[in-house]
Design a protein around this ligand. Structure first.
Ligand code: SF4
Length: 379
């Protein structure tokens, strides 16, 4: 099974925390969709005809796509790729783009899962982050999406904002649990260097994330969402039973994926590649030479093991020690036996039928524990 990711690199406005690849010159949308369409046709062998079970329109802002764009791209995907029956088709959306007409259009083109970038229901914080929408638009778009027939909706939240207190965070979670989307993603704010927030941090206009504050908001998050029937199947992702993101689960389970569009990454089981993160060069090269500009990313066997440890430990399924042994010849117990015992003794991790799984307490330290379990060439 494999996943297909399509990157739509345009946004109306730059959110102050975001370092994804996008530009604000939306007028190039038609040319970009044509280039993406051509790349879809050129890359149809990359997945070796494995059935595509998930399609994900990400960005940027895919909800800026119009009817004729969706028609063009979905037609190419259906004819060029081996789709499994009833694939999960997700589209990331900003609330201010989703009129009822637009929702009907995406639904008619087969989109069956919406991922709505809410971030918070607090209008002051939305303005502070330079988001385009307000809280009423977020609520309205959720209700309209339901009326349009979407039965699988994910909503994103951000926590640990410097100006956010626990009351605001609890209000956001309460609002979320009243709406009851099938899936909630909640990300701790990270201040990236090449963003407005990064610039403000350098100039001393904001302070860095307070880790204790972030940890207590994470604890509130897991407690509230567990109480309302959401399972934390990955550190930042919560789902009602049966509604885990199939697309993201594929990344965490080492499945193949093909990324189309500028800056998109791909993996076919043998190597990874990253398309050029420059809209003009991406389009020109495809248009003039039918050539895709990308870098191959070579991972050493140790890098592959460490990447697997890092991502798998974040999930409810955990890190499969048998897979490490059979695929990479790594016996994690032999390398880190004493440390694993210590983690179990401190109630940070447990073993279940060969899988290492973090406890709730361990999830707070997930990145550090994973880094401590990394191997090097001698191991
Ligand atoms: S967060 Fe989303 S909408 Fe905001 S700039 Fe980044 S990609 Fe665009």
């Amino acid at each position: 099974m494999a996943g297909l990711y399509i990157h739509i690199p345009f946004c109306k406005k730059a959110c102050h925390y975001c370092d994804f690849h996008f530009t604000q010159s939306v007028k190039q949308m038609d040319d970009m969709v044509n280039a993406i369409d051509t790349e879809l046709k050129m890359q149809n062998e990359f997945l070796g005809h494995d059935p595509v079970r998930t399609i994900y329109f990400g960005g940027g802002t895919p909800s800026l796509l119009e009817d004729h764009h969706m028609k063009q791209l979905m037609r190419t995907i259906r004819f060029e790729y081996d789709l499994s029956s009833n694939p999960e088709i997700t589209l990331e959306a900003n609330p201010d783009d989703l009129s009822r007409e637009k929702l009907d259009m995406f639904y008619a083109h087969g989109v069956n899962r919406l991922s709505i970038g809410v971030q918070t229901f607090n209008n002051e914080l939305l303005t502070w982050m330079n988001r385009q929408h307000n809280a009423d638009e977020a609520l309205n778009c959720f209700y309209q999406a339901r009326q349009a027939g979407f039965e699988n909706i994910s909503m994103d939240l951000i926590y640990a904002l410097p100006a956010e207190n626990h009351d605001i965070w609890l209000k956001d979670l309460k609002q979320m649990t009243q709406l009851r989307p099938e899936h909630i993603s909640a990300y701790c704010l990270t201040i990236e260097p090449r963003t407005a927030f990064g610039n403000w941090l350098n100039k001393g206009k904001i302070s860095d994330i307070d880790e204790e504050h972030a940890a207590s908001q994470f604890e509130i998050l897991t407690e509230v969402l567990n109480k309302y029937g959401y399972e934390q199947y990955e550190i930042s992702n919560f789902a009602q039973p049966g509604y885990e993101s199939q697309h993201n689960s594929g990344y965490w389970k080492d499945e193949k994926y093909l990324g189309i569009g500028p800056s998109a990454h791909s993996y076919n089981g043998k190597f990874r590649k990253a398309n050029i993160a420059n809209n003009a060069k991406y389009m020109k090269s495809i248009h003039d030479e039918r050539k895709i500009l990308f870098d191959v990313m070579t991972l050493s066997p140790e890098d592959q093991v460490n990447e697997y440890i890092l991502t798998s430990l974040r999930t409810k399924w955990g890190c499969d020690m048998d897979l490490l042994q059979s695929k990479y010849g790594v016996d994690l117990k032999q390398v880190h036996g004493f440390y694993l015992e210590k983690l179990a003794y401190k109630d940070l991790l447990f073993e279940d039928e060969g899988f290492l799984i973090l406890t709730d307490k361990g999830k707070l330290l997930a990145d550090k524990i994973a880094a401590d379990l990394f191997i090097d060439a001698e191991d």
